[in-house]
Design a protein around this ligand. Structure first.
Ligand code: MG
Length: 337
């Protein structure tokens, strides 16, 4: 039965009735692929291959919802896929919950749903369950998304902070801070806007290439808080030191310029399509070579090493000095993801 559509989301679109069914079918389900959202059961049965089941969940509240290189939809899917990928798991399926503010433009919601569908197809994951809520005008930031991802890891794979040793090398798969800088510029109407594009993407090709490198210890996606935060996590968990080289760090000139102007440090800016990996020293060139063969890894670099000196993150500056990269205390850029 046809239902009158409004160009904007109404409270009645989240009331559990016919309007909500139509919103889910028209805006979400058909964009996620035929038969993806099976509504015949309250819970979707999922067939998973043999292995260790890995689960991750994340909420997304990025402001603005759309930015150069992505939007909240691609960010939600890739963010969840990437958390599974860097844990060594093959992502299989996702759930998606949307909290939408009354009055939100349907056309915009459709663009975001298109983006969710495209990112899920690109990463080879199915969206198997979802939920929609509408909150009154003024009670939400347009759209918030929450995703839960389920993946499977081979039982014999062993990765983690506890495997890191002094002498190991740290690699990054590409330029740092592109996402953080792109969102920051999109938020403020600077003339610089549009010169920087978010790196928002699945890292599956990169983690697939890394997973069977002998000597791979640990991988993480340097999202909120950037590489400096990953380095501090390593120091906190291991008691070892991290030494990074500013000269080796891949940062776009445009990102450096924006950071100089606005007083940000690129090493704390979020990436959404990069991997930071720790590998045994003798395996570093092997991983670098594998990554550089990939389109998403052509900017990869060995940027530092693990030391048994002080439990600190030290940056060797281009000028020949040293400075500490300390753990973030305040979030310099809220709602970046
Ligand atoms: Mg992560």
């Amino acid at each position: 039965m046809s239902v009158r559509r409004s160009p904007h989301v109404r409270l009645s679109d989240g009331n559990g009735g016919r309007f909500m069914r139509v919103l889910i079918e028209d805006v979400f389900a058909r964009r996620f692929g035929r038969g993806e959202l099976d509504t015949s059961l309250d819970a979707t049965p999922v067939d998973l291959p043999h292995g260790i089941v890995c689960v991750t969940t994340d909420g997304f509240s990025v402001e603005p919802l759309e930015f150069p290189g992505g939007d909240i939809g691609s960010l939600a899917v890739n963010g969840t896929v990437n958390d599974l990928a860097v844990s060594g798991a093959r992502p299989h399926c996702l759930t998606l919950a949307a909290i939408i503010e009354e009055g939100f433009e349907i056309a915009r919601l459709e663009r975001i749903a298109d983006s969710v569908g495209a990112a899920a197809r690109a990463a080879g994951v199915r969206i198997v369950a979802g939920d929609t809520k509408v909150v009154p005008r003024g009670h939400g930031g347009g759209v918030y998304l929450t995703t839960t991802g389920i993946g499977v890891r081979k039982p014999e794979l062993s990765l983690g902070l506890a495997r890191i040793r002094a002498g190991d090398k740290i690699l990054v798969s590409g330029t740092l801070g592109d996402h953080g800088a792109a969102v920051m510029l999109a938020r403020q109407a600077f003339d610089l806007m549009g010169t920087i594009v978010s790196d928002c993407a699945s890292v599956l090709a990169l983690t697939d290439a890394a997973i069977d490198v002998a000597g791979l210890r640990f991988m993480r996606d340097p999202t909120r808080g950037g590489l400096a935060t990953v380095a501090n996590e390593i120091v906190l968990a291991t008691g070892l030191g991290v030494r990074l080289s500013e000269d080796a760090m891949p940062v776009r000139d445009a990102v450096r310029s924006v950071c100089d102007i606005l007083g940000f440090d690129p090493y704390y800016l979020a990436c959404e399509g990069r991997v930071a990996a720790v590998v045994a020293a003798e395996a570093a060139d092997d991983l670098l070579c594998r990554w550089r063969k990939l389109p998403d890894g052509c900017g990869s670099a060995i940027v530092g090493e693990i030391t048994d000196a002080q439990s600190l993150v030290v940056l060797e500056t281009s000028a020949g000095g040293e400075r500490m990269l300390e753990e973030l205390e305040d979030d310099p850029m809220p709602r970046i993801c």
